[in-house]
Design a protein around this ligand. Structure first.
Ligand SMILES: C[S@@+](CC[C@H](N)C(=O)[O-])C[C@H]1O[C@@H](n2cnc3c(N)ncnc32)[C@H](O)[C@@H]1O
Length: 281
């Protein structure tokens, strides 16, 4: 007989505490996601022996146990992603952005590209494939390493393992050149070293100050800011601005908007360029 699994109880006060904690530390707004919180966490909390959310949260907030923090992040972040997502972006990158950057970096031959909120890796690997396709035989003369970051350890682990079932719209030629078929499963492939080695994965919280070595020519931050409220978004947009080279490109998702900001101007759907001088209030 199948057992009915009931979600654990969360009181209004505990729900608020958890929502405030997540918002303050990770920017994610879960104030309307009570059902999501209980359904995604209940099973794991029960398995760990907690009878309700209260006892778990008391432990989490007093101990700040990294394992529990990780569990909460893994369960409460939405990691949905896929290869070639919003393909027009990659076409724009190939036809407009890369030719321009190739000219601009003719001397140093270093491009700096960041996939911020990369989830399980499909976005940075898609970027890596486009870069390889674009530079072709010249690729080894260029440093085009992509920085790929996310807050979810679980997503990062999947990204680093690089094992996927590539989608049907992945060009057959790319599948042949850039993926290695695994013996274990019919549709299981591992991203080939030539594409993998061009992506550097780091765990990074987008709420933190950005202190990477290079300023970025291109930032992809797609389907991440939708989980943030406007003030968190605005603060991140300012940090992106400060971390970018002049005229750099920022890609967000087609379902998002930067809103009214003097910092960037739209140049194509969901593609922005850094504006001239920084304006701070
Ligand atoms: C829906 S996925 C987007 C993946 C990919 N960019 C795409 O468009 O397909 C959103 C990702 O943002 C990450 N994320 C959410 N809040 C974050 C934060 N504060 N810092 C870093 N990453 C965060 C989540 O862990 C999740 O993997």
């Amino acid at each position: 007989m199948e057992m009915m699994f009931r979600d654990l109880v969360i009181t209004d006060a505990d729900f608020q505490r958890l929502v405030t904690f997540i918002h303050k530390n990770y920017g994610i707004d879960l104030s309307k996601k009570r059902q999501l919180i209980t359904s995604r966490l209940s099973h794991s909390l029960k398995a760990k022996g907690y009878p309700d959310f209260k006892s778990f949260l008391e432990h989490l907030f007093t101990s700040k146990d990294p394992e529990d923090l990780e569990l909460v992040l893994n369960k409460l972040t939405t990691n949905y992603t896929y290869f070639l997502r919003e393909k027009e972006h990659f076409t724009f990158l190939q036809n407009t952005v890369l030719p321009e950057l190739e000219k601009r970096h003719q001397r140093d031959k270093v491009l700096s590209i960041w996939s911020a909120g990369c989830s399980s890796g499909e976005e940075p690997y898609t970027l890596s494939i486009y870069l390889k396709e674009y530079f072709g035989t010249q690729a080894n003369q260029w440093d085009t390493r992509i920085l790929a970051t996310d807050i979810s350890q679980q997503a990062m682990a999947k990204a680093k393992a690089a094992v996927y079932q590539p989608p049907a719209d992945m060009p057959a030629e790319w599948l042949r050149r850039y993926f290695v078929k695994n013996k274990t499963g019919q549709d299981s492939y591992t991203v080939a070293p030539v594409i993998r080695n061009n992506v550097i994965f780091r765990t990074f919280n987008l709420m933190d100050p950005i202190h990477f070595k290079l300023k970025f020519d291109v930032i992809f931050c797609r389907n991440v800011m939708i989980y943030f409220d406007q003030s968190t978004r605005d603060a991140l947009i300012q940090r992106f601005y400060d971390a970018m080279t002049p005229n750099a490109y920022l890609f967000i998702s087609h379902s998002e908007s930067l809103g009214q900001t003097p910092l960037f101007r739209m140049v194509a759907p969901a593609v922005y360029r850094k504006s001239g001088a920084p304006i701070r209030s």
